[in-house]
Design a protein around this ligand. Sequence first.
Ligand SMILES: [Zn+2]
Ligand SMILES: [Zn+2]
Length: 256
Amino acid sequence: MTTQFLIAFLILYFWHIMGVTIGYHRLLSHRSFRCAKFVEYFWVLGGYLAFEGSPVWWVSVHRAHHRYTDKPQDPHSPRFGWQKALYGWLSQSAYPDHITPASQCRDLVKDPIYKFLEQDGNWRRAHILTMSTGLLFRLVLLLFCGWHIALASFLAGILVQQIPLLLNVVCHIPRLGYKNYQTAEDSVNVWWVALLSAGEGWHNNHHAHPGSARSGLRPFELDLSWMMIRLMKCCGLVGWLREESLKQNPIYEAKI
Ligand SMILES: [Zn+2]
Ligand SMILES: [Zn+2]
């Protein structure tokens, strides 16, 4: 029973975390690769069931984070208080004036599923829908697969939900990591966040090249999400992708 629980937990953890990294982040937010709609929905569902919230909301906030990184309009910069950056910003009930999904998320609001999950921009209603769907999914697992699978799924989902929130803070505190690129904001690479988040902790690399499907660039910068994207490309599930490497960047060449 314990082995079954652990195997289920690991499989579901990787589906959920890659749902966030591959689905919500590298695909929906940055369009760093192209794939069929069923592949997109597979990963986005993994993120949604990890209580990540409406994809339109997530992407709108994330694009604003890139546009205003570590400036007052950044939704979750730790420069203005780590508590607000960690959970505080979630207590808002609507978009601030400088974030408008209709203009900044035009590519997503047309999708009927994402439109429904967005609940007309009402954050509270969209979050309640996310929580209810997540709990209903575990109830179905409980009825059809048993308590150990349902518990493994619930724990994996709750744990994965914390990872991007943690990353928003830790990977923007310079003393906690290192930079490959002298970017104008505070982003840093943090190895243990990269391990927990299947590659997203190489956050300074990501801010330097937000459109790249690959975030781990140096040989030791393990990027499991990139490996999965490469695997999907080999299987014909990904048609086109954008890949950055350190050698292509003159700033890094000058630094080493
Ligand atoms: Zn960032
Ligand atoms: Zn990003």
